[in-house]
Structure formats: structure tokens, C-alpha cells
Design a protein around this ligand. Structure first.
Ligand SMILES: [Zn+2]
Length: 54
């Protein structure tokens, strides 16, 4: 997993799965020991896209 940052500064964890010569990115909310899948930033609520995260 990699840690990425939204424009708002909130960190999320990204897991990459190979799929059809590309990568499927799954986003997880960043908690200390656990997390859950999410499609939006837990900080600002914007949809998460791998290419817009830092
Ligand atoms: Zn955000």
C-alpha cells in the first residue's frame, strides 16, 4: 500500500491491483490500525482519483 495525499492534506492509503495491463487503485481511509474502502476523501469529501492525489 502507498500513502497518498489529497489536495486538502488528508492522507489515504492506496492499494494497487493489476488489471488488464493497467492498475486498479483501491482507496482506504487511513486509521491507525484499520480502515475501510472509500471512494471519496475522508477529509473534504471529493471523489478520489489516483491521478489527482499527491
Ligand atoms: Zn481531501
Amino acid at each position: 500500500m502507498q500513502e497518498r495525499y489529497c489536495d486538502c492534506g488528508k492522507s489515504v492509503l492506496v492499494d494497487f491491483t493489476p488489471k488488464n495491463h493497467d492498475w486498479l487503485a483501491t482507496f482506504w481511509e487511513h486509521y491507525s490500525n484499520s480502515g475501510r474502502k472509500t471512494q471519496i476523501c475522508p477529509g473534504c469529501g471529493r471523489p478520489l482519483h489516483i491521478h489527482t492525489l499527491r
